[in-house]
Write a protein that binds this ligand. Structure first.
Ligand code: AHG
Ligand code: MN
Ligand code: MN
Length: 333
């Protein structure tokens, strides 16, 4: 069977009138950037890129060298193509404007350049997450306000997974499509058309060390899963937690599951642990496009009206029937 590359796939979408040339270019540029990030990730200690950068990001978290490198690669790759009005990054406090000497386009690009930073030094899968919005203030320099759109308005979303193989998973609003990097050829090959999340699952993902800090509905839900066959669910559940959201979500897209980073007492003052614009929204769009559900526990994630660029939210997403059950437990409590 003839292999379809990401470029061919995107040109096909453009010819079918589903995306315009600027959005096609945007995705191609992001794909080129994540290839460069993947090269750095895979070199590890050989390139001296492990360890701390010696700085803190806007979230007050210690930056890893790779957080900084990945952020630089994405910013530089996307500045000059003429497809963007501005960018926003988990690692940068302010909106990143396009330098004056480059043309402007109509899109806003947001990203978590390196997701799963705590896994870099221990050689476990990490990723990149991105989200695309339309610039609502045509012409003028976008401000923070221009980015504050609910997730349902995303034009596209995706992630790269730097695992045993490097993958790019993408939604343009018509299903979820996965591409695997052919390292010899240097191109992403279309390997996973129309990825779907089954409605039911036997697998859950949550950092159970936070159990005592969770709210009662999540404590109840996880306790019932742990009781297995002899509990109210009447069957056993398995648990996985990679601590790279990209890797955990990719597993759910591959074989189902539920992922939770719920509200807890440790992160209540911040609003949650995960970032709405760089993590929750793009992953929620991907999961919904694959037939799953995504909620804060009390509200559909894609309907949350952002008030701050670096806002955090509780995240519960994955197989529809399990996510609905957790939402019901929140309603009942
Ligand atoms: P980042 O590396 O971009 O800061 O994101 C890490 C996130 C997410 O990928 C993961 O699910 C979660 O933090 C892990 O948190 P814990 O270490 O609290 O389990
Ligand atoms: Mn992250
Ligand atoms: Mn990150």
């Amino acid at each position: 069977m003839a292999r379809v590359t990401l470029t061919q796939y995107l040109i096909g979408q453009q010819h079918a009138g589903r995306i315009n040339p600027d959005l096609r270019l945007l995705i191609e540029v992001v794909a080129r950037a994540v290839k460069a990030i993947g090269v750095n990730v895979s070199k590890g200690a050989l390139a001296g890129i492990l360890g701390d950068a010696g700085s803190d990001n806007v979230q007050g978290e210690a930056q890893k060298k790779l957080d900084v490198i990945a952020n630089e690669i994405l910013l530089q790759a996307n500045e000059w193509g003429g497809h963007l009005a501005a960018m926003a990054s988990e690692e940068v406090e302010e909106v990143h404007q396009i330098p004056f000497d480059y043309p402007r386009g109509g899109y806003l690009l947001l990203f978590d350049p390196l997701d799963g930073s705590s896994n870099i030094d221990v050689n476990i899968s990490v990723g990149t997450i991105f989200s695309v919005l339309q610039n609502p203030t045509d012409g003028a320099d976008p401000s923070e306000n221009s980015f504050l759109q609910p997730g349902r308005d995303q034009v596209a979303a995706g992630y790269a997974l730097y695992g045993p193989s490097t993958m790019l998973v993408l939604t343009l609003g018509r299903g979820v499509h996965g591409f695997t990097l052919d390292r010899e050829m240097g191109s992403f090959v279309y390997t996973h058309p129309f990825m779907t999340v089954p409605d039911d699952t036997h697998e859950f993902a949550i950092n159970t060390s936070n159990e005592r800090h969770w709210e009662p509905p999540v404590q109840r839900y996880v306790r019932e899963l742990q009781q297995g066959k002899t509990g109210p669910r009447g069957r056993d559940f398995n648990m996985r937690w990679v601590a790279s959201m990209v890797a955990d979500v990719h597993r759910i897209l591959t074989r189902g599951g539920i992922f939770m980073y719920p509200m807890d007492e440790k992160c209540r003052d911040k609003g949650g642990k995960l970032r709405l614009m760089y993590e929750a929204n793009p992953m929620a769009m991907i999961i919904e496009q694959a037939g799953g559900k995504a909620t804060t526990g009390r509200e559909r994630l894609l309907d949350v009206q952002p008030t701050k660029l670096h806002q955090r939210v509780p995240v519960i997403l994955g197989s529809a029937n399990e996510v609905e059950r957790v939402s019901r437990y929140h309603d009942e409590s």
